[in-house]
Every structure is written in C-alpha cells, then in structure tokens.
Design a protein around this ligand. Structure first.
Ligand SMILES: C[S@@+](CC[C@H](N)C(=O)[O-])C[C@H]1O[C@@H](n2cnc3c(N)ncnc32)[C@H](O)[C@@H]1O
Length: 277
C-alpha cells in the first residue's frame, strides 16, 4: 500500500514535520540536486509578475525565488502550517515581498488569472489528483503566463550495484511510504497540455546519489519504514544504513533518480498585452 507522508503533512505530528524539513534542507544542500534546481530556475522568468509556488514546504525554493526576483511578489502555499512557519523564519526568505498561505493545491484560494508564474517543485508526485492540481494552476495563471514543474520520476530510482541488491529493497520501502505518484511524471508534457497549457520545453536530469546527507535519507527512511512495520530487526536496519555509507565512500555511487521538468504557457488572450506586477 502507498501512503505518502507528504500528502498527509497537513495533519501529521511535529516530529514527522521536523524530519521532513530536515530532508528537504539536506536535498537543497546536495550539490547535484542544487545544480539541477539552478538549471531549472534559469529557464524560468520569475520577474514578469507575481509568482506562486504551490507546495513550498519549508521554503527551500522560495529563498531562491526571492533572491532572483527581489521586486516581485512571491507567494508560497502549502497544506502544512508547521512547514510554512519554518519557511517564514528562514533567513533566505526574510525581507522580501513574500506571502505564505496554508491551502490545498487541489483548491487554490486565489482569483482567476492572479499569477504570471506558477511553480511546482516536487509537488505533483505527492498529490492524489494531479489533473485537478494542474487545472487549478491553469485557472490562477494569467493569459500569457507560465507554469514550471520539476519533479522526480521516482519509479526510476535505482540504488543497486547488482541483481537482488538489498539496498534496492530499502528504496522500494521508501517509495511506498513517501511517493503516491510513482510513474505519472513520465507523462508531464501531456498532463500540462490536457490542463490547457502550451508546452514550451521539457526534459530530464539524471540525479546521481553519492556521499550526501540527502542520499542517505532515502535509504534511512526506507530502512526505518521496514523496521517500523516489523519486516526487519534493529541489527539488519543498522547494517543496511552502514552499507549505504560504506558503498558511497568506496564505490563513489549510491544510486540514481531521473527528474523530469517542463515549462509551458497559458495562451495570451486575443488583444491583451502581457501584464506586469
Ligand atoms: C517534497 S515536498 C517539496 C517542498 C518544496 N517544494 C521543496 O522542494 O523544498 C512536497 C510539499 O508539498 C506539500 N503538499 C503535498 N500535498 C499538498 C497539497 N494537496 N496541497 C498543498 N501542499 C501539499 C507538502 O506539505 C510538502 O511541503
């Protein structure tokens, strides 16, 4: 069964929220993840009017957006009030024209055509109804505005060095507990077009997990899932976590995940010039 911790963060306990915030922060610090994110952001115009990040979490991407668009209104929404609180306290988001709001991505509390840019960074892999989230994004996007999506194609996650590698069993347990939409991002361009957007650009990035705190969280969260369910005991749990670290050091490789991105536009309305903030 797949229960996706991220899709239930609105109602989970503080400890889980803290753990997730720490995972998101470690991902932001991972050099390969950071490079991918910067390359993605370079292709997005965040200065042409109000920007919305749906599923902003603790604000790891908001800090970049505020940096890149100091004169633009940046709005972050998430269904976790606790993560939003952390986003508000983060030094990277201080002093900017930033607004934070608790809301569900399936029902956005904004008027039609409110934003020039709508961003989603690893949101759609966690929302039960991708189509309704994209329809909402289309509704709040201005004519001529853009949507930018970067997300994990988590079905591609492979942490094996050979057949029957036990670390890949950890990945399977991690995915079952943390990702509800394991394959859907493969159809991202078609999903955007179905919501009404015109595709501008789409592509993929191969993330290599090596010696990094974020890479270890994937194995550790999978191991803890198996430990909590009683599938394995404490000794094996410790050994699997040790093996991940040994491997990253000795082999220089722990695993890989394909990430997919797409940029698309809402058609300009006939006779209207693009608006600014
Ligand atoms: C993987 S995290 C990404 C957070 C942030 N974009 C980042 O990369 O640091 C996914 C985020 O989406 C939020 N989320 C999941 N489902 C949501 C929903 N239906 N409405 C609003 N936020 C949601 C979670 O609370 C979480 O903060």
């Amino acid at each position: 069964m797949n229960d996706d911790v991220f899709s239930s963060l609105a109602t989970c306990d503080r400890e889980t929220t803290q753990q997730i915030a720490s995972v998101l922060h470690s991902r932001r610090q991972d050099p390969d993840q950071s490079q991918m994110l910067q390359r993605f952001l370079t292709a997005v115009d965040v200065t042409s009017g109000p920007v919305l990040e749906i599923g902003c979490g603790s604000g790891e991407l908001l800090a970049d957006l505020c940096d890149r668009a100091p004169a633009t209104t940046v709005v972050g929404i998430d269904h976790s009030v606790d993560l939003l609180r952390m986003a508000g306290r983060s030094s990277g988001t201080a002093g900017n024209n930033l607004k934070l709001l608790a809301a569900d991505a399936h029902r956005l509390p904004f008027a039609d055509e409110s934003f020039s840019t709508v961003l989603m960074y690893t949101l759609l892999s966690h929302t039960p109804d991708i189509r309704s989230v994209l329809q909402e994004a289309y509704r709040v996007c201005r004519p001529g505005g853009q949507i930018a999506v970067l997300d994990g194609d988590y079905a591609s996650t492979d942490f094996s060095l050979g057949p029957h590698d036990p670390l890949n069993a950890c990945v399977t347990a991690w995915r079952a507990h943390y990702v509800v939409n394991t394959h859907d991002l493969r159809s991202l361009p078609r999903l955007l077009e179905a919501a009404g957007f015109q595709l501008v650009q789409a592509g993929a990035h191969d993330y290599t997990a090596a010696h990094s705190a974020y890479a270890y969280t994937i194995i550790d969260r999978g191991v803890d899932t198996m430990l909590d369910s009683g599938t394995i005991g404490k000794d094996l749990a410790r050994s699997l976590k040790d093996e991940a670290r040994r491997r990253a050091h000795e082999e220089g490789f722990l695993g890989s995940i394909t990430y997919r991105f797409a940029l698309a536009r809402r058609r300009p309305s006939a006779g209207t010039a693009p608006r600014t903030a």
